[in-house]
Unconditional design. Sequence first.
Length: 359
Amino acid sequence: MALDSPAPATALSTLDLVKSYGAVDVLHDINITMRQGEFLVLVGPSGCGKSTLLNCIAGLEEITSGTLSIAGRDVTNEPPRDRDIAMVFQSYALYPTMSVRENIGFGMKIRGVPKAQAQAKIQEVAQLLQIDHLLDRKPSQLSGGQRQRVAMGRALVRDPKLFLFDEPLSNLDAKLRVEMRAEIKRLHRTTGASIVYVTHDQIEAMTLASRIVVLKGGYVQQIGTPAEIYDTPANTFVADFMGSPPMNLCPGTVAGGALHLGDDRIDLGDLAARLPANVIAGIRPEHLSRSETPDLSVTPIMIENTGSECYVQFELAGKTLTAKLPGRLDEESMAPIGLAFDRSRMTFFDTETDARIEV
Ligand SMILES: Nc1ncnc2c1ncn2[C@@H]1O[C@H](COP(=O)(O)OP(=O)(O)OP(=O)(O)O)[C@@H](O)[C@H]1O
Ligand SMILES: [Mg+2]
């Protein structure tokens, strides 16, 4: 890096952020630093604290302890209006008596943006969101997905320090969702906006994120690029949560240069020496392949053809595992299949802590 290049500015940082409701801790010691222009995606099971974290960043919820900075300024004790953020809520509310145009333009009107400039901005954003033909309608005359896009439009006409999106595409049908996902990605590329984005959708997380934050029960499990999260999950929770179908996880023992999974044995070569005696072995469904010289012969218990590929379920060491294979298989034929394990893509976890073992 050149000596004169300044350190990238920080869009958001939280330091030991804790949020409790009475005696219940909902967020524990959240430490996140996000560079300007990053697209940070929060994922995790329902109830893990994603919306709460977003509300804390917005200032809609007071944090119990810790500090929070936006664009390098400590805003821990600042009200929402002074934080320079634009938010799209999970349960968005539009002004029912205003038209779509007025809903999108309301914030600009309050801030005294000149009318012509405001109208041009509304038009631009409405086109982007494919709602320009609906500008004169009232919210009650819109579908759920259209309302959601209006809510998004209200945020996009702003030029805030930080955008906060809570599942903004959840009400859209599959096709529109894919289109909007591409639009959001383009918007991020062209504007370089800093975005914190909550989603349940794996593909959304993987395709949009600069980095993903995986939460479980209010604890950060891992922060990393989509590739890091997918290829080197920090623990079995992340391995299982990210990826569909999830990573196969199977308890095994390492002895004599091999991994023993139940009665089966997979030669590990040099790798075995770097592993403890007991492990949880992980391999993604796509890293199992049909082979003439297989590691294992498995008997399918279920075969699902998706069209371009098939998922084969089989049992190993008391676990149901899945292989993702190209092409199509006869769903009725449960004839044994020879599978090879891609050793370079195998991941191992500690049986006590569930943490990934560096090999
Ligand atoms: N006002 C409140 N009082 C007490 N508990 C609350 C309050 N608001 C949220 N919680 C609890 O905090 C936890 C986190 O909720 P949150 O809404 O942040 O989850 P989430 O990750 O956004 O879930 P989802 O994916 O379902 O939207 C939940 O267990 C919830 O019940
Ligand atoms: Mg939520």
